[in-house]
Write a protein that binds this ligand. Structure first.
Ligand SMILES: *[C@@H]1O[C@H](CO)[C@@H](O)[C@H](O)[C@H]1NC(C)=O
Ligand SMILES: *[C@@H]1O[C@H](CO)[C@@H](O)[C@H](O)[C@H]1NC(C)=O
Length: 310
């Protein structure tokens, strides 16, 4: 009986302590720095814990720091409301000692970057956390073109463009020719901010055309200097100008020459073989005749003439 009373007291006291809304009992544990990628889903991870007992969430609010209007709000007994369908709570369980209260941003935009507040009220206490989000965007595969577009001749002045859009923060564009020479210093880079707060890069490289250097490559790098994508461009020379050509063309001509040499050698070999065989059989034949004529006893003069005829 004493034991039971003591147990009752214990349960009561802990409930009481937690219900006293001692903030230290209920706490939000969030990842304070978050990174999102444009167009993808971003999860701002947070969990609510109560050290001593099971709690029930009375209300949960996620909002932009410094703004009153919640992006999403859950309150007990009411329907969840959100300002945009992109903003969601992942958890559907509202009681426990460790509750996931993460905030999901779908199709992350550049403008989602900033500070967020998570405000939690439970039957056992409340807490608040500030979370920051940075959003980066990957550049699309660069697109290339040239002016003039085609019928280029040796020594012509040609400008090649390499444009990469949809990235953030500002990246770089590097230029290389077919043997890997770095032409980045000779190129000119400009950037333009688009409506959705992303950056488009425009790079322009002007050169004196040479028909032995027809392939140019540009690669787009993020602000950490990591390559995100690259593209290759082949200058369209006037047809007869393509002598030395690209490495690919070189390989093709080499292959054609090799095949021709082999076929040529085979034909010559066969011809020689046929000639030798003919010559041999002829010699055997006349030799045979010689013998027969001699045996019959014809004059040497006659066999000589016959030989000539053959
Ligand atoms: C790249 O941008 C330049 C300058 O705006 C433009 O002249 C060129 O046509 C663009 N090239 C491609 C492939 O979009
Ligand atoms: C190419 O040149 C640029 C500008 O000088 C430099 O930043 C870059 O590191 C070089 N890239 C390579 C692969 O050498």
């Amino acid at each position: 009986m004493v034991c039971f009373i003591w147990l009752l007291f214990l349960v009561f006291s802990t409930t009481f302590v937690c219900a006293e809304s001692d903030d230290k009992l209920v706490s939000l544990n969030c990842q304070s720095e978050n990174h999102g990628v444009f167009g993808q889903n971003t999860l701002l991870k947070c969990s609510a814990t109560c050290k001593t007992q099971e709690m029930e969430i009375v209300s949960l609010v996620w909002r932009r720091a410094g703004q009153r209007k919640p992006l999403v709000i859950h309150s007990k007994g009411r329907e969840e409301s959100r300002t945009e369908d992109r903003f969601q709570l992942t958890q559907k369980q509202w009681t426990g000692t460790d509750i996931d209260v993460s905030f999901l941003i779908k199709h992350t935009k550049r403008t989602d970057e900033g500070q967020y507040e998570c405000i939690l009220v439970t039957d056992s206490g409340e807490d608040k956390a500030v979370i920051s989000l940075k959003v980066t965007a990957n550049y699309a595969k660069p697109e290339m073109n040239s002016i003039p577009e085609k019928d280029i001749k040796d020594d012509d002045k040609v400008t090649i463009f390499c444009n990469a859009s949809g990235g953030f923060p500002k990246g770089m564009i590097h230029w290389f020719d077919q043997i890997g020479t770095n032409w980045t210093r000779s190129a000119e880079l400009t950037e333009v901010e688009t409506q959705d707060k992303l950056i488009s890069l425009f790079s322009k490289f002007t050169l004196r055309a040479s028909s032995s250097f027809t392939v140019y490559k540009c690669s787009v790098l993020n602000n950490k200097g990591e390559e995100e994508d690259s593209a290759e461009f082949i200058l369209q020379f006037k047809q007869q100008q393509l002598g030395t050509g690209t490495p690919e063309d070189d390989k093709n001509t080499k292959a054609i020459v090799a095949v021709s040499v082999v076929i040529g050698a085979l034909v010559v070999g066969l011809l020689v073989l046929v000639l030798v065989r003919q010559w041999r059989s002829r010699r055997e034949y006349t030799g045979h005749f010689h013998l027969e004529f001699a045996q019959i006893g014809l004059s040497d003069c006659f066999t000589e003439k016959l030989h000539l005829l053959w």
